[in-house]
Design a protein around this ligand. Structure first.
Ligand code: SF4
Length: 249
């Protein structure tokens, strides 16, 4: 939507609650497209269905083929619990086959996660977002002090949008802490991924996610064998520009 000004939206709604932010985004766009990772971002679904009719709330998830069994079961549970369609997106099978044939099933341990994430996450997401005016994510500033500290409740998505086809990313949970998200989950009996009960805070693919210890930051449970900076899978690559202008998408 060419007329949507994210800076103005931030000025007007930065102090709003996530629910109010979602309501304002719905009023601006007439629909809400939510990405769902199978983790705490389930609160977005719960909130969106309180501010918009079900037919205007579009939920999608990326099935990388490497998720935990618990996450698959959780996605299905959410589909049934809210009686909504979840648009599960898959990577290009030939691209996955070529990667696995050439480099094996665990190439990310040897040469970094970008190539595998690029095929299994970023490309399917790019296809899903093509032509959309906006999408809603569950990003929070406290998830990654290195890459998400300057996150805004609304911003241009320069990673997946373009001048010809601008894309707005709305991040209603920007100012929430993990504790606030969990307070909401408990208060409203929102279903959650059982992996959280086993020490997983940030949940991604099974080979690339591990539980964190008390005092560890949640991002330390992701791609732990790599440099601690720049822990993004490419879905939010513009965050990386905050730490290095040359970071790959
Ligand atoms: S998180 Fe790991 S398994 Fe999942 S797409 Fe990225 S590199 Fe591949």
């Amino acid at each position: 939507m060419a007329s949507f000004d994210p800076n103005r939206f931030v000025l007007e709604h930065d102090q709003d609650t996530p629910k109010e932010i979602l309501r304002a985004a719905y009023q601006a766009f007439g629909e809400l497209t939510l990405s769902f990772s199978g983790a705490e971002d389930v609160v977005l679904i719960d909130l969106a269905l309180k501010v918009a009719p079900k037919e205007d709330v579009h939920v999608f998830a990326l099935d990388t083929g490497r998720l935990h069994p618990e996450t698959y079961a959780f996605i299905e549970r959410i589909r049934a619990h809210y009686d909504i369609a979840i648009d599960v997106r898959f990577p290009d099978s030939e691209a996955v086959q070529a990667l696995v044939r050439d480099k094996g099933l665990f190439s990310f341990f040897h040469d970094g996660h970008q190539e595998c994430c690029g095929i299994r996450k970023v490309a399917p997401l790019r296809r899903r977002l093509a032509g959309l005016p906006m999408w809603v994510t569950g990003q929070r500033r406290d998830q990654s002090p290195g890459t998400r500290s300057s996150l805004q409740i609304a911003e241009h998505d320069h990673g997946f949008g373009s001048d010809a086809s601008p894309l707005i990313k709305v991040n209603p949970l920007t100012h929430w802490s993990s504790e606030e998200a969990w307070t909401y989950i408990r208060m409203f009996d929102v279903p959650y991924n059982p992996l959280h009960e086993r020490g997983f805070v940030s949940i991604g693919c099974e080979p690339c996610t591990r539980p964190t210890l008390p005092g560890q930051h949640e991002r330390e449970g992701r791609w732990w064998w790599e440099n601690q900076e720049g822990k993004e899978c490419g879905l939010h690559s513009t965050n990386l520009h905050a730490i290095t202008p040359d970071a790959p998408g």
